[in-house]
Write a protein that binds this ligand. Structure first.
Ligand code: GAL
Length: 903
C-alpha cells in the first residue's frame, strides 16, 4: 500500500463541521454517565511507509534548517503543514489566554484515504499496543543517513499510521469522549471519521484530544493516527509508534478536568497529617452549573483499590462552574495517625487514595480517584535529603525509557523487573533520563518506594542532534512542561523536578539563565511544593545557570572530570572535584550528582593487562578491544569524561554534605554505545541489556547494602591460555576483610583501608582450579564465595523469574538459560547457539544475551549465549490460561525445559 505525497491533494474546503454535539440544556445526568476509562490497546491496524520519500505529505511541520539528502529528510514537495491545527490541543496548558491558539477552519487530510472510515486496511499489519515499530529491526546498514549508533542502528525514523474502529453507543451521546494517549513517538496527529481532531509532537508527552465533536453515536468510529519520527532526532534509541497505553475516556459533560486534582501534604507527623486538595472541574455545557464536590480519603490496598472505611473526608464544597469553563474547589482534611510513604528498607511506601465525587442536583456525575502518599521532604544543604525527618542517602541510577529487547513499548512487568533488580542492588532512586516516563512507571515507584527525579527535557533551544526537540521547543515548552507537572505531581515517589539535562544554555550566560528562570517559574506555578533542578556538566559556581535552580545537580563535575593521571592529555574539559566549590558558592542549596561514573563494561568479558589506576579511560589495550568491541569487566574503565565507581565513592565520601546521586546508568540501554559506536547498545549499565548483572552490581551492593553479608570474586576462572600468567583477582564485599585462597592456598588476608571499595590481588598467576574468598566483618566471618574452573559445556539449564503469570496479554516470564558443564556450573565463556520454542498459550516475544555488539534482531528465536547466558522473554496470551512450556536447545547439549502456568 503506497500513497505518495504528490498524489495527495490538500483539502481544506470540507465545510464547517456539522457534527457538533448539541447538548441538552436541561441536564438529566444518570448513573451511567459516570466516568468510564476503556483501555484501547487491542487490535489496531498499522502501516509504515517503506521510506520517507514514499510518505504522505501530511506533515506536522517542515524543517527548513535541515539540509541533508532531500530524499531521506526533506519535506515532501506538496507538504501540508498541520501545525496550526495541532497547536490548539495544547491550549489547556497555556496560561495566558491571549497566547492560546485558534484553530484555523477546515480539516486538512479530509480526503486522504487513510483517514476514511471505509478505507480497506485489511492488508495492514494487526498490532496490539504498546507497540514499537522499530524494535523488530532489522538493524540498518552502517553508515546510514537517518540513524547512527546513538539511535542504536534501529529503524525508528519514518512515517507510519495506526487505525482502529471504536463503537460508541447512542447512550453515550450526552457524554464527553476523549482519547488519552500516554505516549506516541512522535508528532502525532489524530483524525476521527475523517476529521482532524488534534495531536501532540513531543514523543514522550502524555496528552488528550477531545473526540466529542466528531463522534458518530451508536456507530463505529474510525480513528486514524499519523506518527513521524525524524531522522537524527535523538542521542539514544527513541523507538517509534503508540508505545504506551491508549485510553478512551467517557465522562459527563461536567467532570473533573484532565489531571484535574492536586494533593499536597504541608504538615506531616506520625500523629496527624494535613492534606490539601484542589479539584478542577470542567463544564462543557453552555450554561453555568453549581456543582457539589465531596472527597473521601482511603488507604490504598495492594490491588490499587480503596481499602476499608474512609480515614478522612474533605468538607463538601459547592462550586459555580461557568459555562464552557473551569472552576477549582480547594479543601483541607486531616488524617490521624497517618501511615507515611517512605523508601525501604527503613520506611514503608504506604499509599492513600482520595475519591472525589461531583454532584449535580443531588446526583453523582463524576467519580475520580487520586492516588497519593503522605510524606514530608526536606532538602538540606548540610544533611542532604530528609524523608519524614530521616536522612536518606540518594542511591540512585539513571534509566532511559527503553526496556532493552522489548524496545520502547512499555511493559509494566519488564519495568518492575528492572526496579526489582535495582532494589536488590540497594538502589533507592531513579532519574528518568531525560524525559517523562510512562505513567505506569511512577505507579511502580510509588508502590515500591523508589525516589524519583522526574525529568522532562534533554534540549531546549540549542540542539544536540540535527532534528531533536529544539525544533518544537519554542512552540511547545510551556504546554509540555505544565502537562508533565500536572500529570505527575500527585506521585509521592516524585521528589524533584528536572527541567533540563546538560542543556547547551548552561553556557549561554544570562540569556540561558533567563530561559531557565522562565521554565522554573512555570513549574512553580504548577507545583510550588517541590524544588526544581537542571543537571549541569559545565556550568560553574559564578555562572548564571546554577543560581536559578533550587537543588544543585551536577553531572560528573562533582567527582572531577579527566583529573586523574590516566586521563592526562585527553581532549575536553578537565576539572577537579567541584562539590566543595558549589557548596561554598551556594551554602543554602542541597547538592546531588545527577550523573556520576559513566563507567563502561561488557558483562563477563575480562581484558588484560588490568590497569592499576583507580580509574582509567578505555583505550586499546587498556580495558578495550576495538576488534571484539568488548570492554573489560574489571570495572575500572570509563568513558573519557567518566570516573570509576571506586573514584565516585571516594569523592562522595570526602563530601558528606552531598545528598547522593544517580549513576550513569542503572541498566544498559539501546543506543549510545560509547566507546564503540558501531555497536548497538550501551556499555554504561550496571546491569546488561538482558537483565544480567555485571560485576559492577556487586561493587554497588557491597556499599549500598552494608548489612547484607556478601562477597563477590572476579574474573571467572576459565583461562586455559593464561596458565602461569598474571591474572588479577578482585573481590567486592560488604565485609571489611577478605582472605583469598587459590586451590586451597591462602593468597593472603587483606583489609579495606579508608576509601577503599575493592580488595585486589593483582599478582595472581593463573592455574586452573578454585578461587575461594572468605569475607570477615569486625573480625567475624561474614560471607564466602567460590569460583571454579569449569568443564566443557554439556547442557542447558533454565530458570524463570516467575513460573506463574497472568493470562492478560501483557505479563511476561523472563527465562534465563545458562550453558553448564557436567556438574551444573555455568561455563562463563560459552557462546553456544541456543534456540527457543514455546508450546501452549504463550509466545516468545524476544531473546537477548547482553552482548552490545550483536545485530541479531531481538525477535529472533535463536541467539548464542554471551559469556554463558541467554534470555528468553515469553508472554502469556490474553484470556488463554494454561501451561506454557519453553524449551531451550543447542546442538550437542542437553536441552532445558521450563513450565510456566498462565492464569
Ligand atoms: C551525559 C548525558 C547522558 C549520557 C551520558 C553518557 O553527558 O547527560 O545522556 O549521554 O553522558 O554518555
Amino acid at each position: 500500500m503506497r500513497i505518495s505525497g504528490s498524489r495527495y491533494r490538500m483539502f481544506l474546503g470540507g465545510g464547517l463541521l456539522l457534527l457538533l454535539t448539541i447538548l441538552p440544556l436541561q441536564a438529566q445526568p444518570a448513573q451511567e454517565l459516570l466516568r468510564e476509562r476503556v483501555l484501547l490497546n487491542e487490535d489496531w491496524r498499522f502501516f509504515k511507509y517503506p521510506s520517507r520519500a514514499e510518505a504522505d505529505g501530511l506533515v506536522y511541520d517542515v524543517w527548513p534548517m535541515y539540509r541533508m539528502d532531500a530524499d531521506t529528510a526533506g519535506a515532501p514537495k506538496e507538504a501540508i503543514v498541520l501545525k496550526p491545527w495541532i497547536l490548539p490541543t495544547g491550549n489547556p496548558f497555556i496560561k495566558d489566554p491571549a497566547r492560546r491558539y485558534r484553530r484555523p477552519p477546515g480539516h486538512p487530510g479530509r480526503d486522504f484515504p487513510f483517514v476514511q472510515p471505509d478505507f480497506d486496511d485489511s492488508g495492514w499489519e494487526r498490532v496490539d499496543l504498546p507497540h514499537d515499530w522499530a524494535i523488530r529491526g532489522p538493524f540498518v546498514e552502517q553508515p546510514h543517513p537517518e540513524v547512527d549508533g546513538g539511535m542504536g542502528w534501529l529503524p525508528s525514523p519514518g512515517v507510519a499510521w495506526y487505525r482502529k474502529k471504536i463503537f460508541i453507543p447512542a447512550a453515550d451521546s450526552e457524554r464527553a469522549i476523549y482519547l488519552d494517549v500516554e505516549g506516541a513517538m512522535a508528532h502525532a496527529v489524530v483524525w476521527l471519521n475523517g476529521y482532524l481532531v488534534g495531536g501532540w509532537p513531543y514523543g514522550y508527552a502524555s496528552w488528550r484530544v477531545d473526540l466529542t465533536p466528531y463522534v458518530r453515536w451508536g456507530a463505529e468510529n474510525q480513528l486514524a493516527i499519523r506518527l513521524e519520527v525524524l531522522p537524527r532526532s535523538s542521542r539514544w534509541y527513541p523507538g517509534g509508534g503508540l508505545y504506551r497505553n491508549v485510553w478512551l475516556v467517557k465522562t459527563h459533560p461536567v467532570h473533573v478536568a484532565q489531571w484535574g486534582t492536586f494533593v499536597r501534604t504541608p504538615y506531616v507527623s506520625t500523629d496527624s497529617a494535613t492534606v490539601v486538595l484542589d479539584v478542577t472541574i470542567e463544564n462543557r455545557w453552555a450554561r453555568a452549573v453549581s456543582v457539589r464536590v465531596t472527597t473521601e480519603i482511603f488507604e490504598l490496598g495492594e490491588e490499587d483499590r480503596p481499602r476499608g472505611d474512609a480515614v478522612a473526608a474533605f468538607p463538601p464544597r459547592q462550586v459555580r462552574v461557568p459555562a464552557q469553563g473551569q472552576a477549582t474547589a480547594s479543601g483541607m482534611a486531616t488524617v490521624r495517625n497517618p501511615k507515611l510513604w517512605g523508601p525501604p528498607p527503613t520506611q514503608t511506601p504506604h499509599r492513600y487514595v482520595a475519591v472525589t465525587t461531583l454532584w449535580l442536583d443531588g446526583r453523582p456525575v463524576d467519580r475520580y480517584e487520586t492516588r497519593f502518599g503522605i510524606r514530608s521532604l526536606r532538602f538540606d544543604p548540610e544533611r542532604g535529603l530528609l524523608v519524614n525527618g530521616e536522612r536518606i542517602e540518594i542511591k540512585g541510577v539513571n534509566q532511559h525509557h527503553d526496556l532493552g529487547p522489548l524496545g520502547a513499548a512499555f511493559n509494566r512487568r519488564a519495568a518492575e523487573r528492572q526496579l526489582e533488580l535495582l532494589r536488590e542492588m540497594g538502589a533507592n532512586a531513579i532519574r528518568t533520563a531525560h524525559n517523562p516516563p510512562a505513567p505506569e512507571l511512577l505507579e511502580l515507584t510509588d508502590r515500591m518506594g523508589f525516589l524519583v527525579l522526574d525529568e522532562i527535557f534533554d534540549v531546549w533551544e540549542m540542539r544536540k542532534t540535527p532534528l531533536d526537540f529544539h525544533l518544537i521547543f519554542p512552540d511547545w515548552h510551556e504546554q509540555d512542561l505544565r502537562a508533565f507537572i500536572r500529570r505527575d505531581r500527585n506521585h509521592p515517589s516524585v521528589i524533584l523536578w528536572s527541567f533540563g539535562n546538560e542543556v547547551g544554555e548552561q553556557g549561554s550566560g544570562r540569556e540561558g539563565a533567563e530561559l531557565a528562570r522562565r521554565l522554573a517559574r512555570i513549574i512553580k506555578e504548577e507545583d510550588p511544593t517541590r524544588p526544581v533542578t537542571a543537571s549541569m556538566n559545565f556550568a560553574r559556581p559564578g555562572t548564571p545557570m546554577p543560581e536559578v535552580v533550587d537543588v544543585i545537580c551536577l553531572n560528573y563535575q562533582g567527582e572531577g572530570i579527566r583529573d586523574m593521571p590516566a586521563y592526562t592529555g585527553l581532549q575536553g574539559i578537565t576539572t577537579p572535584p567541584l562539590y566543595s566549590a558549589f557548596r561554598i558558592h551556594f551554602p543554602t542549596k542541597m547538592i546531588i550528582s545527577c550523573e556520576n561514573a559513566a563507567a563502561v563494561s561488557s558483562r563477563g568479558a575480562y581484558l588484560f593487562p588490568v590497569t592499576d589506576a583507580l580509574s582509567a579511560p578505555v583505550r586499546e589495550g587498556q580495558g578495550g578491544d576495538p576488534v571484539t568491541r568488548q570492554v573489560s569487566g574489571y570495572e575500572l574503565y570509563t568513558a573519557d569524561f567518566g570516573s570509576s565507581v571506586d573514584k565516585v565513592f571516594f569523592v562522595q565520601e570526602l563530601h558528606p554534605f552531598v545528598a547522593g546521586g544517580f549513576v550513569w546508568s542503572g541498566w544498559d540501554y539501546l543506543g549510545e554505545p560509547t566507546p564503540y559506536y558501531s555497536s548497538r547498545s550501551s556499555y554504561f549499565g550496571i546491569i546488561d541489556l538482558a537483565g544480567f548483572k555485571k560485576d559492577r552490581f556487586y561493587l554497588y551492593q557491597a556499599r549500598w547494602r552494608p548489612e547484607l553479608p556478601m562477597v563477590h570474586i572476579l574474573p571467572h576462572w576459565n583461562w586455559p591460555d593464561r596458565v602461569g600468567e598474571i591474572t588479577p583477582v578482585h573481590v567486592f564485599t560488604s565485609g571489611d576483610e577478605v582472605e583469598l585462597f587459590l586451590n586451597g592456598r591462602s593468597l593472603g588476608r587483606k583489609k579495606k583501608g579508608p576509601y577503599q571499595y575493592r580488595l585486589r590481588w593483582d599478582d595472581v598467576r593463573y592455574e586452573p582450579g578454585e578461587l575461594r574468598a572468605v569475607a570477615y566483618k569486625n573480625g567475624r566471618k561474614w560471607a564466602e564465595a567460590v569460583v571454579q574452573t569449569t568443564g566443557q559445556p554439556t547442557a542447558l539449564a533454565a530458570e524463570a523469574d516467575r513460573v506463574r503469570i497472568q493470562a492478560d496479554g501483557y505479563d511476561l516470564a523472563f527465562i534465563t538459560v545458562r550453558v553448564v558443564d557436567a556438574e551444573g556450573r555455568t561455563v562463563p565463556t560459552a557462546d553456544n547457539p541456543v534456540r527457543f520454542t514455546v508450546e501452549g498459550p504463550g509466545e516468545l516475544v524476544a531473546t537477548a544475551n547482553g552482548d552490545p555488539t550483536s545485530f541479531i534482531p531481538f525477535s529472533s528465536d535463536e541467539r548464542p549465549a554471551f559469556n554463558g547466558l541467554v534470555l528468553a522473554i515469553v508472554r502469556a496470551r490474553r484470556g488463554m490460561p494454561g501451561t506454557i512450556t519453553v524449551t531451550a536447545s543447542a546442538p550437542g547439549l542437553r536441552p532445558a525445559r521450563i513450565v510456566i502456568e498462565s492464569q
